[in-house]
Write a protein that binds this ligand. Sequence first.
Ligand code: NIG
Ligand code: FE
Length: 413
Amino acid sequence: MATLITNIRQLVNVREKNELLRGQSLAVLPSIDHAWLLIEGNEIAGYGTMAELPSNRPIPEETIDATGQFVLPAWCDSHTHIVFAGSREGEFVDKIRGLSYAEIAARGGGILNSARKLRETSEDELFNQAWKRLEEVSKQGTGAIEIKSGYGLTVESELKMLRVIRKLKERSSLTIRASFLGAHTYPPEFKEDHQGYIDLIIREMLPVIRQENLADYIDVFCETGFFSPEETETICKAGMSFGLKPKIHANQLNLSGGTQTGVKLGAISVDHLETMDEDAIKTLAASNTIGTLLPSAAFFLRMPFQPARALIDAGCAIALASDFNPGSSPSGNMNLVVSMSCIQMKMLPEEAINAATLNGAWAMELGNELGSITTGKKANLIFTRPIPSLSYLPYAFGSPLIDKVMVRGEWIG
Ligand code: NIG
Ligand code: FE
């Protein structure tokens, strides 16, 4: 099946090269005005300006007139926890009344609250809840997504989560990557026995994960009160010996050394980065590790936003992701993430769009198949409503500006 899109007001992020963008190159967003785009099967087959639309071309089965519309690559959301049970709006109100995220966690709330709920929820029910979230974010323009475990914290429940992610992979048209986050927090039974839980991860969880091919990445919440840099290193190295590359939570609440640990391990990405100092920024800039910023988590927890300008100016490769989870970002709306990064972190619209598409794809090692308008890449596309300019997208935050979404050549919704 071939579909020709004509009269596109602007075709955005058109590239022949797929390289990871860092520093100043993040502000360059190559685009074509008054464009056509051809989709064959599930792939992008060609594009150009309307003035150069070949007149002797074969007639496609479907032609769509996109007058006034911008067409972008679909969002690549490289950090989420969308497999979870229920919700935590009670803690949300506790926070309004004055408790901090760390205080809630110390009382057995937070991640442990979600873990208790998840242990009581069947695999089918978990799948159904996650499926609805996947449907919601795909309508909001997400075409590829990373999903973590980490609300199980027992062998049985961590594997249950990963099996749900595998089923999502099998049934969804979205491209999905799975991360094993058994080291999200210490479960109560191992509160005083950290080595015991690390042994459980290494000896009982990782072998089954490898045997059943349940994950692509190993993640650790490297944070004061959670996993230390040394523990993070031990767990990541074990994961690596089972074929999982590290992609870790770092520098969210404290200068926890997570960025330096991630870089040392050759992590694909270090994620969060609300709390950075000069050494962490320099270390990241000098590495191939991507810094994934999660502004909606900072927003929801009322924390200072990630220092995007300092990171970009130092030459870091930056991606943007939603962190969709019940505790610190109960939203997977990448349009809001892009807006917040412009409004609160002073990223330029071009930088934000690159960070949420091509660099997001690279943060899932998918930069050669997703994240830009490139011949041969998957036809994962956002069609906007008619808007006056591309900057209008982050500017008019919260407005539903997406007309339709295509994933692998098929319309969503
Ligand atoms: O990425 N920081 C650790 N994990 C999640 C939040 C987990 C939760 O509160 O449920 C995050 O923000
Ligand atoms: Fe997270």
